[in-house]
Design a protein around this ligand. Sequence first.
Ligand code: ADP
Ligand code: DAR
Length: 354
Amino acid sequence: MSTDVEGLWKKLQAAKDSKSLLKKHLTEAKFNALKGKKTSMGGTLADCIRSGCENTDSGVGIYACDPEGYTVFADVLDEVIKDYHKVDKLNHPEPKFGDITKLGFGDLDPSGNMIVSTRVRVGRSHANFGFPGVIKAEDRKEMERISVEALKTLTGDLAGTYYPLEGMTEATQKQLTDDHFLFNDSDRFLKAAGGYNDWPIGRGIFFNKNKTFLTWVNEEDHLRFISMQKGGNLGEVYARLVTAIEKLQEKLTFAKRKGLGYLTFCPSNLGTTLRASVHIKIPKLSQTPEFKEFCDKHHLQARGIHGEHTESVGGVYDISNKHRLGLTEFDAVQEMRRGVEAVIKEETKLQGKK
Ligand code: ADP
Ligand code: DAR
């Protein structure tokens, strides 16, 4: 793995067919202006671009080294962010989750014929810790301790237990991952960005009794708050997540920046950091040549059922909102809801049903 920034730059320059946003926006002038800069945590341009230079087939290709990296390396990160999120200005609104007692939406598939399960997640970063590429093992452990202390204060339906990966049997890890609860350590882009440094130190998963509220500690982001359940009741899943976020933000300070919203390791997740998804059976729509165009039109992203960069199985796809920046949390989940309703309508039409 290249450690020096000049070696990384040469790899990127040599990849003539790379279509990453890093390749597009890191000009030679910007490279020369940024290559000697460091954040107060010691984060460098090399820490930000390593993954995209080692994996020139990346879509984005750059991560922030730490929260301050979004300022120190703004010359390239701002352009990547505007391009990925399709915004002209970085003026992300203040958080707005809506009134969970009157959301105006509930179960998107009361028949239960199409939606297998629903999940809504956000990412959060502790304000005073580096991101995976720069953080030391002892700091990751301290961040885990702080996170678990806050999670243990959750009560009622949200109350649960933390399970560190250190000491977890392979069989338990496999079962939790197969059941879509736990993260895996097989993402080559994340690996190259330092996402698995000192693995599995400081990593773990918290979940409540029913496994409907979970928290990932130190996967790609410092924290991922996740609400999920079988079926299509987006209203219930979203309301549970908002309740948990409001409780946890009383105990923890999250990294935010005016114009960018909540800060995350990858710039693709900034802002609301919210991804609302359904695992949905769409055997007809997914086989049409227009499937990608249909998803784009409705600002949706299609993934396989075991996470990013995986395949669909049996016509079941992970369909979620693509927009995370430049809109509120409530807008993002509404956009996903409208998109999923359009998917259900189209699939029903293609199946020749009313
Ligand atoms: P994220 O970036 O939102 O964490 P990933 O694509 O990495 O999402 O998926 C993480 C895990 O969450 C995977 O195991 C995936 O199968 C699971 N998952 C995502 N959406 C759903 C859903 N709607 N229902 C059940 N599991 C889901
Ligand atoms: N390494 C990234 C993945 C971008 C979005 N996904 C995240 N952050 N999990 C790339 O393809 O460049």
